[in-house]
Write a protein that binds this ligand. Structure first.
Ligand SMILES: Nc1ncnc2c1ncn2[C@@H]1O[C@H](COP(=O)(O)OP(=O)(O)O)[C@@H](O)[C@H]1O
Ligand SMILES: [Mg+2]
Length: 263
């Protein structure tokens, strides 16, 4: 099976063999935890390997994503110019065309209410980007689709796009899910069982209680790859994702909380 690394040290040390290239992987966690940052770094790695990347943006417009890439010092212009990085804009579809910037790397504009149109736009854009030599599709986030469509429809859409992306184009498919509201739990449990991989994020709960926010990530599942499911701490800097060792003071003593602790 063809496997590939994430290019993010914290995930590469958990998944030493990498992840199967042809898979649907979900990034699940509450808002602000870092899902979009991980998605961008996954894209960066695949672009640097010379593979095409198609970004379906629902939470933000393409220009904002380009700016986020640049905020990590990643100059993406050469990839958009080479037609290796493209976007489907599902954010500014409501805005009249006269206000919309005409950006060459926006390969389609789609309304997330119309999932047949969105699936068609994705497939057309993938053929324009010549995805097939690998590459990946990134969708951020599924919640926006769930806002306008019932769960069965979201699930059918995902199965259809997944089949085409993975089986026809041989690409990877990453999607994010925000959790936190009870109605989103339904989305999460329905979609998680469809996925080949689930990467979960949280703020470390005992430290959160004390008012300290420490971001953590774990690999909950990954098809055909051995891995542990422990939580690993990290922080986000201008350089990207930096693994973190957390120390907790218990009864006056400092105890190091090892990243591989199950507690
Ligand atoms: N260029 C950057 N440099 C440092 N930190 C950043 C940068 N971009 C984003 N972040 C951090 O990432 C956090 C948001 O993560 P994000 O991936 O947008 O969350 P999510 O997608 O899970 O809602 C921000 O609150 C900020 O702390
Ligand atoms: Mg996000």
């Amino acid at each position: 099976m063809n496997k590939i690394s994430f290019g993010i040290s914290i995930l590469d040390s958990i998944l030493k063999e990498g992840y199967p290239k042809q898979s649907l992987v979900l990034l699940v966690g509450e808002g602000g935890i870092g899902k979009s940052v991980f998605l961008m770094l996954i894209a960066k790695h695949r672009l640097e390997l010379g593979e095409p990347v198609l970004f379906v943006c629902l939470d933000n417009d393409p220009l904002a994503i380009i700016e986020s890439f640049k905020s990590f010092g990643f100059e993406v212009d050469k990839y958009t110019e080479k037609n290796l990085l493209g976007f489907i804009d599902c954010y500014s579809f409501k805005v009249s065309a006269i206000y919309r910037k005409n950006l060459s790397y926006v390969l389609g504009i789609a309304d997330p209410k119309n999932l047949n149109q969105l699936a068609k736009t994705i497939v057309e854009a993938m053929s324009r980007l010549s995805v097939g030599k690998g590459g990946c599709l990134l969708l951020d986030s599924l919640n926006e689709i769930f806002l306008y469509n019932d769960l069965t429809r979201v699930s059918d859409f995902l199965k259809e796009v997944r089949y085409i992306v993975i089986r026809h184009y041989g690409a990877s498919f990453f999607a994010t899910i925000h959790v936190g509201l009870s109605k989103w739990e339904e989305l999460r449990s329905m979609i998680e069982h469809l996925a080949d991989g689930v990467i979960e994020f949280r703020f470390e709960p005992s430290l959160s209680e004390a008012g300290v926010s420490v971001r953590q990530v774990r690999v909950k599942k990954m098809r055909a790859v051995p891995h542990d499911s422990n939580w690993y701490s990290f922080h986000i800097t201008k350089e990207g994702i930096v693994p973190l060792k957390v120390k907790i003071r218990v009864s006056g003593e400092i105890q190091e909380k090892r990243d591989d602790d199950k507690s």
